[in-house]
Write a protein that binds this ligand. Structure first.
Ligand code: AMP
Length: 192
């Protein structure tokens, strides 16, 4: 099984790329943000907790997200070659627990972190555009958008050196067309 992470700030295009790559390379796309939005739509207990946190642009507790991931990867559907994680891990603790989980569950490891590098100034513009298309609540308020960017810098960016130290970090210029980015990442997936 292959385990790839699509990394980058909010609005970098992780979701779009993950969907395209999942289809092209027979991978299962796992978006923790989408799983949480599904819980909110169901009105579950996790959903109620998640909604408040997401609307504030902060992170849902590691334990909740890690349990979701464990459930998703423990019973892979026949025919899939691996997983593509979008929006996970988002903290150093999530990354560390994930490494242990992969080793214990499937004797696996993270094969590569594909990082979409995009400047903050472009991010706000892209998220506001997505708000008009997808109608996500956390995309609609500028206060939430700025808080998400701040949370990303504080809590997620440290993962860059974490994965660089493991030799697993690959930077991709996120300011290219969707097709060009898919091609750049595809070239990497074929060797990782
Ligand atoms: P996303 O769809 O990846 O932009 O995620 C939307 C929101 O869900 C984030 O702003 C977080 O509040 C929450 N979320 C998604 N993934 C995680 C994660 N791995 N850890 C903590 N919170 C998360």
């Amino acid at each position: 099984m292959k385990y790839y992470i699509i990394f980058g700030p909010p609005g970098a295009g992780k979701g779009t790329q993950s969907q395209l790559l999942a289809q092209k390379y027979s991978l299962k796309h796992i978006s923790t943000g989408q799983l949480l939005r599904d819980e909110i739509a169901k009105g579950s207990e996790i959903g109620l907790i998640a909604k408040k946190v997401i609307d504030n642009g902060e992170f849902v507790e590691d334990s909740i997200v890690l349990e979701m991931i464990r459930l998703q990867i423990s019973d892979p559907a026949p025919g899939i070659k691996g997983f593509i994680f979008d929006g996970f891990p988002r903290t150093i603790n999530q990354a560390k627990v994930f490494d242990t989980m992969l080793a214990q569950l499937n004797n696996g490891e993270v094969n590569g972190v594909l990082s979409l590098e995009v400047k903050d100034s472009l991010i706000v513009e892209r998220i506001q555009k997505r708000a008009r298309i997808e109608g996500r609540e956390d995309d609609s308020s500028i206060k939430t958008i700025l808080s998400r960017i701040k949370t990303y810098h504080n809590k997620t960016e440290p993962l860059i050196s974490f994965y660089k130290r493991q030799g697993k970090y690959f930077a991709i210029n996120g300011d290219q067309s969707v097709e060009e980015i898919t091609e750049n990442i595809g070239t990497l997936l074929e060797i990782l």
